[in-house]
Design a protein around this ligand. Structure first.
Ligand SMILES: C[S@@+](CC[C@H](N)C(=O)[O-])C[C@H]1O[C@@H](n2cnc3c(N)ncnc32)[C@H](O)[C@@H]1O
Length: 339
């Protein structure tokens, strides 16, 4: 790690020249000691430097270089790789990542699998309040189990705070979608003093904000999610208003109890008749679906047909986009009034 050592009075000129010649190594900071200043430089031809510098200098080897504090993942990784490696990988590096509580989830292309640890360590460096980094490889099956692998730090359990609610869960066991935040908050604001059935409660994504006002039957099939659902009910002080049910909502959903039913699973159209039967006489269904842009009308067709088969009528109040799900596929929610 080389640096140009110059007298303090020549520091300005030296920095300027290194900038003009594109020789300054910006990963390291300019340091000073006594009457001298060290300007970090990249490898270069010393002879040509002597020809252009109109000040005295010495090239020194920095034993303890001081690195500039990285602010982006790219900067932090640049400090760990050689320039040529960085050039090779730069376009593949993840441009975003999710911080959930004190845990980080990042999608990494398979081509970078040998660099996963470096990426994880870099993310911990630029997010010093975080304890671990997990490689996010998607979610599996109806239970939406996360496929993740730890790449830096320790521990998957975390606490996420949002809209006055607290969600505790383990990112290695249970999914959490930061992209659904607006929808979670909306659910908390549209309910009143009423009865809700949350057919896919998970750790309480919608149950918790709604239970601040409403009585909620919260149904969850996965014991690991159910465990956190129970904890979150306590952490949020809504014990009196939630009735947690461990089981398959196809079979355990109570009938004729609800003013509102939440179907917060992106692949749950087969459960629509059960949702209609959970309503008292009339009421709202919030039906989620991941839908290819080519068949955007599909969720509307499905809900209308299920409601008619149950001998009820329907008014579609709105179709909202929750988030982009995958290329060409969006996650939507339909607010429908059934009567
Ligand atoms: C995708 S998560 C909900 C995500 C949530 N909407 C959000 O905002 O992040 C769906 C939950 O439904 C649960 N689930 C799947 N099938 C179920 C079933 N038949 N009965 C009850 N729960 C089910 C899964 O275990 C999971 O916890």
């Amino acid at each position: 790690m080389k640096a140009l050592r110059v007298k303090r009075q020549d520091a300005g000129k030296a920095v300027e020249l290194m900038e003009i010649l594109n020789l300054r190594d910006k990963r390291r900071l300019i340091t000073s000691k006594d009457d001298y200043v060290e300007v970090p430089i990249v490898e270069c031809d010393l002879n040509s430097l002597k020809e252009v510098a109109d000040f005295d200098f010495k090239i020194v080897e920095q034993k303890k270089p001081v690195y500039a504090r990285a602010r982006t993942l790219r900067d932090a990784i640049r400090q760990k790789l050689s320039e040529s490696e960085m050039k090779k990988l730069e376009n593949l590096l993840p441009s975003t990542y999710k911080v959930i509580g004190d845990v980080i989830l990042v999608k990494i292309p398979e081509e970078l699998k040998d660099y996963a640890k470096i990426i994880g360590e870099a993310l911990l460096e630029i997010n010093p309040h975080c304890k671990s980094v997990w490689w996010d490889r998607g979610k599996r099956g109806m239970l939406r189990k996360p496929e993740v692998k730890i790449i830096a730090g320790k521990g998957g359990e975390t606490v996420h705070r949002e809209g006055g609610c607290v969600y505790k869960f383990d990112v290695s066991k249970v999914m959490f979608s930061p992209g659904n935040q607006a929808e979670r908050i909306r659910m908390g604001t549209i309910v009143g003093k009423e009865v809700v059935v949350d057919m896919f409660a998970g750790i309480g994504y919608f149950t918790i904000p709604m239970a601040k006002k409403a009585k909620v039957y919260a149904i969850e099939i996965n014991p690991e999610s159910y465990h956190y659902l129970l904890e979150n009910i306590k952490l949020n002080g809504v014990e009196g208003r939630v009735i947690p049910i461990l089981g398959n909502s196809m079979f355990v959903t109570p009938e004729r109890v609800a003013d509102r039913v939440v179907m917060g699973h992106i692949n749950c159209h087969e459960f629509l008749p059960v949702a209609v039967r959970a309503l008292r006489d009339r009421g709202w269904i919030h039906y989620h679906e991941s839908v290819p842009e080519a068949v955007l009308e599909r969720p509307i067709r499905r809900i209308i047909s299920a409601v008619r088969e149950e001998g009820k009528r329907i008014k579609i109040n709105c179709v909202r986009k929750v988030k982009n799900y995958s290329p060409g596929v969006i996650h939507v929610v339909i607010d429908a009034y059934i009567y």
